[in-house]
Every structure is written in C-alpha cells, then in structure tokens.
Design a protein around this ligand. Structure first.
Ligand code: GDP
Length: 429
C-alpha cells in the first residue's frame, strides 16, 4: 500500500488541499507533518467550501484516520475552534483523529512575540501570519517548549509555564493562561497520542499513508528563499522528522504545482508580473489568501523554481493545478532560466541578494482562447494547452500525472499510465 508525500513546489497555495482531498479515497491515513494554522487548504465539495488550517484535509472523508504529527506547531485554541466548526458540519472525529504528544504548543506569549518582532523588523519584515508559529518553533529549538503531551501532566505544565512566563517577563499572566490550557486539555486529551507509534504500527499492518505538506518548497526553512520562509521543514524530508518515520517507508513525492506562480509576503520572486498584468492574473485566479485574505503576488510559471523543488524532494510526479486560470491569454510565458550579472544560469541561487538580481529569461508560446474549465480528458485539451504542459514536463524533469481544471473534485484529469497510477493501483485505461 502506497505511502506518498504531497509537496508544494512553489511558495505555497498551489492547491494542495484539492489534490489531497482528491487522493484521500485511495489512502487509509492522512498525516500532517509541519507548519501550523498558518496553512489554509481550501476544498470544494459539491459547492460547499471548507478551509482547513491545522486538521488534515482527509477529515472530510468518513472513516479515514487523520494525524497531526510532532512537526506541527499546534495552537490548542485554534485546533478546538476548527474542530468545532467541522463538527457543526457533522464531521466525526472519534477514534480517527490523533494529535502527537510530541507536537509543540503555541502559547499566548508566542503570538505576542510574533507580532512584536514583525513590527520591529520594519522594512525587513518576513510577512508572517502573526500566529505565533515561528516563536513556538524557536522555543522548541531552545528546548523550552511545551508539548501537547504536557497537557496530560498538569503539574509539569504549570512548572514549565511559570519558567517561560518569567523569562518573557509575563509571569502575572500565569493565573490566566494556566486554567485556559487546562480547559483545552479537557477537550483535547482524547486525541493526544504517540502518533509515530500509531503510524508505524499502521504501516506494519500494510496501511497506506498520504503525507500532507503545508506551504511549499520555496518557503522551507532550509531550502527556501531564506529569510523569507516559514519556520518549518516543508520539503519531503519533513515528513520523516515531523512524524517519526523512516525515509525508506515513503514510496515517493507528488509535487503540486500551479500553472503559473504566486507568493504571499515579502521576498524575491523573479517571474513576478507587476502592475495591471499582475492584477489581472490575481483576479482571474482569485489569488487571495485562504487564511489571511492577503492579496498574493502573481507571475508566470518559473521552471527554475520547480526544477529545484523536483530535485530536492525527488519529485517524479507532478499535479498541475489552476490550468483553467490561464484560459484566454494570447501569449503565455514560461521562465526557463535567469540572467545574473550578464550570465545565464539555470539553478536557483542560495544567496537572496543574487535571487533579487536575477532577471527571468522567458520562452513565449501561444495561449489558448477557449475554456479548459472542467475538462476531464487530456485529449480534449486544446493543442496549445497540451504543448504548454509538455514543456512544463520537459523543463522540470517530472512526469505530469494529474491536471486540475477547476476547484471541484471532478474537474480533474487523471493522466493514465503514470507513476501515480501505479501508486494508487488505479486501473489504467
Ligand atoms: P493550498 O494551500 O496549496 O491548498 O492552496 P489554496 O487552498 O490556498 O489555494 C487553492 C485555491 O485554488 C482554492 O481556492 C481552490 O479551491 C482553488 N483551486 C484549486 N485547484 C483549482 C483549479 O484547478 N482551478 C481553479 N480555478 N481553482 C482551483
């Protein structure tokens, strides 16, 4: 039974939510391994839109086991709120939803620290969502963090909380925060478990797992456009450390890629479209954050970025999303390389200053004037669209296995005979 990781290949918001939701029926377990409630995965089911921030998208499918791994930073209040909202939609959590006892908790002082740090940074601010996720990871690395498992031990929780509040000069808030977290404990204890053990035992029994990544490769703490990144490991490797499983248990990575490029917040973006062109793409693609409502910066497809993501995640299979958003363009551009200091390069530099200086080198191709919205058969795509997809495959070195032509589950093309077909045991034909 397959174990595959779903990875964003750009700066997040690639449409991972829809892809995970679409593939969930083929898997027994859906596991989140990093990030926090800064993620916003949007899934449309028969006209109803669900936005999931912390809980794996698989929860929308009855009977599927959903796991939040140790690599996720959990704000208990946000988790309870999201659970309550889903329960109101009659989503059942009992005996199929689990949170790792090793996952670090976001505390109220993390939120404050996040917001204050962004203010102090001024021009150089990262553009975080201000939800305390970065500071929670800082405490994890400083070995002063509080974990979900601490909710099971109120005395230990009290002791460490007092120390932490003293350090941040906020000890008078103990009387407020401690009872609040005891209350969260009451609600969350039934779900807290050793998630690594649970998952490894499930795999030993032959169960399949879909590892659900949040954000994207270019936002990864190590491999992204540092310092304009998120504070966790959004790449494939994060699935191992963020869930406590060995790398050889994973069969492969499916990269989710938008047919163009977007990014939220600050940081370099070589193929960005500015002014009216950027705004037109933003409006066509409804590129506004699911979590924050922030307008996303938009630009042409950047093959250098995606090739880099293919390399560091060993992506063999790609799911191309939002293809329909490119309908109606006379000409479409693909960034195939960069010019840096008068020289052509085809790799993504580590040095942020160099990335800022990179000028995109474009290949221009004819667009398609007709609609691809909702097409489910590859052969019914216009010739120019098929050419565009073929070029994406060639330039990135990965096979295109899935194509999304609209937000709904059924607005999808499953390309037959692909590696993904094999992983899903689909009948090819
Ligand atoms: P994620 O964080 O990677 O899951 O991405 P988001 O959920 O933030 O953004 C994807 C948005 O695009 C959501 O509103 C989806 O409903 C929508 N979407 C996903 N696939 C398609 C597609 O193929 N076409 C169109 N038009 N919208 C899509």
């Amino acid at each position: 039974m397959a174990k595959i990781v779903i990875i964003g290949t750009q700066w997040g918001d690639e449409g991972k939510g829809k892809i995970v939701d679409l593939l969930t029926p083929y898997f027994d377990n859906i596991a989140r391994y990093q990030g926090g409630h800064n993620a916003g995965h949007t899934v449309c089911v028969k006209g109803t839109q669900f936005i999931l921030h912390l809980i794996p998208t698989g929860i929308l499918h009855p009977g599927k086991k959903c796991i939040i791994g140790n690599g996720v930073a959990v704000d208990p209040q946000a988790l309870i709120k999201e659970m309550d909202e889903l329960k109101r939609e009659h989503i059942d959590f009992s005996r199929r939803f689990f949170v790792s006892d090793r996952a670090h908790m976001i505390m109220p002082y993390h939120l404050l620290a996040d917001q204050q740090a962004e203010k102090k940074m001024g021009q150089r601010k990262i553009g975080t969502t201000g939800r305390g996720i970065g500071p929670a990871y800082i405490d994890k690395m400083a070995r002063t963090g509080l974990r979900m498992g601490d909710l099971l031990e109120p005395d230990k929780l009290a002791e460490q909380l007092k120390v932490n509040l003293t350090v941040v000069g906020n000890v008078r808030h103990f009387a407020e925060i401690y009872p609040q977290y005891l209350e969260y404990a009451q609600k969350l204890i039934p779900y807290i478990t050793d998630a690594s053990l649970l998952l490894n035992q499930a795999m030993d029994k032959g169960e399949s797992v879909l590892f659900e990544g949040a954000q994207g490769t270019m936002l990864d703490i190590d491999h992204g456009t540092y310092p304009y990144v998120t504070s966790s490991s959004a790449c494939a490797g994060g699935a191992c450390t963020g869930l406590g499983i060995g790398p050889t248990r994973i069969d492969g990575s499916l990269g989710v890629v938008k047919a163009y490029t977007t990014r939220v917040g600050n940081g370099p973006f070589p193929s960005e479209l500015h002014g009216a062109e950027g705004e037109a793409l933003r409006n066509k693609g409804a590129e506004f954050g699911a979590t924050t409502g922030r307008a996303r910066r938009c630009g042409w497809f950047d093959a250098v970025v995606v090739r880099y993501a293919v390399q560091i995640n060993d992506i063999k299979s790609l799911a191309v999303t939002k293809l329909d958003v490119l309908d109606g363009y006379d000409k479409i551009k693909l960034c195939v390389g960069y010019e840096l200091n008068g020289k052509r390069i085809d790799y993504f530099p580590a040095n942020i200053k160099q990335v800022e200086d990179c000028q995109p080198i474009y290949e221009e191709m004819p667009g398609w004037r007709c609609s691809t919205k909702g097409i489910t058969d590859y052969n019914r795509l216009p010739e120019a669209t098929r050419f565009y997809l073929k070029r994406i495959g060639e330039l990135t070195g990965a096979e295109i296995s899935l194509i999304s032509t609209g937000p709904e589950r059924d607005e999808t093309i499953f390309c037959s005979g692909t590696l993904l077909d094999g992983w899903l045991n689909r009948i090819v034909g």
